[in-house]
Structures are given as structure tokens and as C-alpha cells.
Design a protein around this ligand. Structure first.
Ligand code: NAD
Ligand code: GLY
Length: 366
């Protein structure tokens, strides 16, 4: 059975379709394609698995494809240019529709390309990782990385629809599935205590590819994300809570080299650091931090930062975070399980205690 949710953004509202065997269903695409031309953007891993199925659904259109190299290390302006090259070589005009078929890397780059090709063309998200189904395909953040910082060049640009097909998760490597679970746990922590309790019971089912559990997790995550995005599309305020653990996590990803730690893995370790700081500020209990560590461990995720990262490495990299305001670091911290705030109300000493904690925090290390 297919579920349909809505991201409510007035004239830019769009549906999220969640269910099994959706990517070859032409009825899901056609209402959102206004011209004859379509460019499918995918990568060398996803193309052999799913490109033909998507093309079969688009047989009424003039379909071209561009197959990008796979990996976070290719999420940059050079790779973005390959999309523009393909669009121009195939003479795509302003009525073209881009289709992002892949994980968050393909989705973020395709969305950004759509936002600037001929000053903006339509695009559809067909997310194929758990992480992209629960997070990156929804909400319109698009970007590429810069060597000095993650996702530093980008735009807010909403898709016309999101097609989240649970069946395609069957081919995801275990490590990628686990990385997606980190972002799912995030929603429980920041805004949905009931979901968090459900996750505590069901995290093993998710990590073992149980489609019923995965469908529910995608649906509840998208509901939470859509509600936050509808309140604050361009992150003037509340939307920043979706970045729990990300300031620490982005520092880990940048320090280690893009692609070495998966985004979700870095977010998992970062969420434990944010929870640790929240505990030191008296907002949650030490048992809450331990419960989070246990859940992440059962999802086969790391929850300590890389041993070789010094406090200064973190401080330097966290200073380029997009939440820094007037030179002051702001972090998403928990005020309770299921409640988060964006705040600069913590002392440098307390932050250092969390950074020092490293090993003591620990479950498994990378
Ligand atoms: P990814 O796109 O690199 O995909 C992970 C790996 O899985 C890749 O090797 C990919 O080719 C492969 N893959 C994808 N679908 C598959 C399938 N069905 N079967 C087998 N292999 C498959 O990584 P990701 O975790 O999906 O996304 C991470 C990216 O998303 C990061 O760049 C991060 O910054 C970004 N992100 C963006 C937002 C946002 O709001 N825009 C939110 C969270 C993360
Ligand atoms: N992933 C964070 C956001 O979409 O705002």
C-alpha cells in the first residue's frame, strides 16, 4: 500500500510517495513533468540496478541520462558541470525535468543543477538510500561541497515530488543502511519521543532490512521533516534542529576526507557528542546518553569521534558551520528526549569537556 504525505509550502507544496515497487510506476511521474524532455541523473552504482526501471516508466518522454562517478568525494563543482554539459549537449530547454535517481549525493547535486540550469528547471527526487528517503530528498536543501566545508555552495530549491520506493533499499550495503538509521534516530531525539521509544524497540528490525519497519520509519521521519520544513523552509529558526549532531559530524567528515566516514556515521557520533553536552548542561540524564549509545550500537553505528581528531581540529572546523552567527558557535542541543533547541548558551569549558570525553563516550569506534 502506498502512503502519500505532503510538504506544505503554499504554491510550492509537493507530495512524498512512500511504498514498494514505485519507481517503475509512470502515474507517479507524469503529473509532475510539464515538457517532453527528461534528464535522469544517477551514478555508476545505481544505474545498473535501477535506471532501466525508471526509464520504463518514462517511455512517453524524450529521456536522456547522465551517469556520475559515485561518492561523496565527487560532490563538487566539477561533477556538477557534468550535469550541465549533458543538458547543453542534448539541448535541454527550460521545460526539461531532471530526475535525481540515487542517494543524497545525487539528490543534492541534481537539485542544485536544477536550481541554476537556465535559472531554474523542475526536478523530481527518486531517493534510493534510507538516508535520502528520510532526509535529503525532502525539504529542498541542495548543495555541493567545498574543500573547506561541507555543502557550502548550494540553494534552497524544492522538488516537484518525491518517490520513496522501499523495495530499492534491499540492495543497499549494510553500512549505508545503518548510516540512514542515524538520521531516523535524529527525528526521535529532536521532536518525537514516541517515535524514539518505537525505535528503541525496532532498531534491529530496521538494521536487518525489515520492510514493514523501514516503511514506518520512512513515513514517520518524512512526517516530522515535512512539519519542520513547512514552518521554516529556509532555516531562519526551527529548521536548524534538523542538524542535531551535524556540526560535530561535518567536522568529522571534513577532517577525515569526504567519503571516509559516511555522513550518517558522522552524524551518529555527532549526536552522541551533542547528547553528552546536553547532559553536562543538566538537560538530560546520563542514562539518556547511554540509551542513545546503545541504540546506535545496535544499529551498527559508530558513536565516538575519530581518535586522531584533536579538540582544536573540532573547534577550527566547527567555526565554518552555517549556524555560526557573528563569529559565535551555535549548536543544536537537547532540552529533553524529543525536544531540541539551537543555542550558543554553553561555555567553552563545557564544550571542551565533551570534546575531551571522546573515548569515555564510547561504543564501537570507526
Ligand atoms: P550516497 O548518495 O553517497 O549513497 C550511498 C551509497 O549507496 C553510494 O555508493 C550510492 O551509489 C549507493 N546506493 C544508493 N542507492 C543504492 C541502492 N538502492 N542499492 C545499492 N547502492 C545504492 O549517500 P547518502 O547517505 O544517501 O547521502 C549522503 C549525502 O546526503 C551527503 O552528501 C549529505 O551531505 C547529504 N544530505 C543532504 C541533506 C539535505 O537535506 N539535502 C540531508 C542529509 C544528508
Ligand atoms: N538535513 C537538514 C535539513 O534538511 O534541514
Amino acid at each position: 500500500m502506498m502512503k502519500t504525505l505532503t510538504v506544505d509550502l503554499a504554491d510550492r507544496s509537493y507530495p512524498i510517495f512512500i511504498g514498494e515497487s514505485l519507481i517503475s510506476n509512470s502515474d507517479l511521474y507524469s503529473p509532475y513533468i510539464k515538457g517532453k524532455q527528461v534528464m535522469i541523473v544517477t551514478n555508476t552504482t545505481v544505474a545498473p540496478l535501477y535506471l532501466e526501471q525508471v526509464k520504463s516508466a518514462l517511455s512517453d518522454y524524450d529521456v536522456d541520462e547522465v551517469i556520475l562517478p559515485d561518492g561523496e568525494q565527487y560532490k563538487n563543482l566539477d561533477t556538477l558541470n557534468l550535469i550541465f554539459d549533458a543538458l547543453l549537449e542534448k539541448r535541454h530547454n527550460r521545460t526539461t525535468t531532471l530526475i535525481a535517481l540515487g542517494g543524497g549525493v545525487v539528490g543534492d547535486m541534481t537539485g542544485f543543477a536544477a536550481s541554476c540550469y537556465q535559472r531554474g528547471v523542475d526536478f523530481i527526487q527518486v531517493p534510493t538510500t534510507l538516508l535520502s528517503q528520510v532526509d535529503s530528498s525532502v525539504g529542498g536543501k541542495t548543495a555541493v561541497n567545498h574543500p573547506m566545508g561541507k555543502n557550502m555552495i548550494g540553494a534552497f530549491y524544492q522538488p516537484k515530488c518525491v518517490i520513496a520506493d522501499i523495495s530499492v533499499l534491499a540492495t543497499l550495503p549494510q553500512r549505508e543502511l545503518s548510516a540512514g538509521i542515524a538520521e531516523v534516530v535524529k527525528y526521535g531525539l529532536i521532536c518525537n519521543n514516541e517515535f524514539y521509544l518505537w525505535l528503541d524497540e525496532n532498531v534491529e528490525a530496521l538494521a536487518s532490512y525489515d520492510t514493514v519497519a523501514l516503511s514506518r520509519a520512512v513515513e514517520l521521519s518524512c512526517l516530522d521533516k515535512a512539519a519542520v520544513v513547512a514552518q521554516d523552509e529556509k532555516e531562519g529558526g526551527i529548521r536548524a534542529i534538523l542538524n542535531l549532531g551535524h556540526t560535530f559530524g561535518h567536522a568529522i567528515e571534513t577532517n577525515q576526507g569526504y567519503g571516509v566516514w559516511l555522513h550518517g556515521e558522522a552524524v551518529a557520533a555527532g549526536m552522541v557528542m551533542a547528547a553528552d553536552l546536553s547532559w553536562r548542561l543538566g538537560n538530560i540524564s546520563q542514562q539518556d546518553v547511554q540509551r542513545l549509545q546503545g541504540m546506535l550500537k545496535r544499529a551498527q553505528l559508530p558513536c565516538v569521534p575519530p581518535k586522531e581528531m584533536s579538540n582544536q581540529d573540532f573547534i577550527d572546523l566547527m567555526q565554518v558551520d552555517k549556524k555560526v552567527l557573528d563569529g559565535k558557535l551555535r549548536l543544536v542541543l537537547l532540552t529533553a528526549i524529543g525536544e531540541a533547541v539551537v543555542t550558543s548558551d554553553f561555555s567553552a569549558d563545557t564544550l571542551h569537556q565533551t570534546l575531551d570525553a571522546g573515548e569515555q563516550l564510547g561504543c564501537s569506534s570507526q
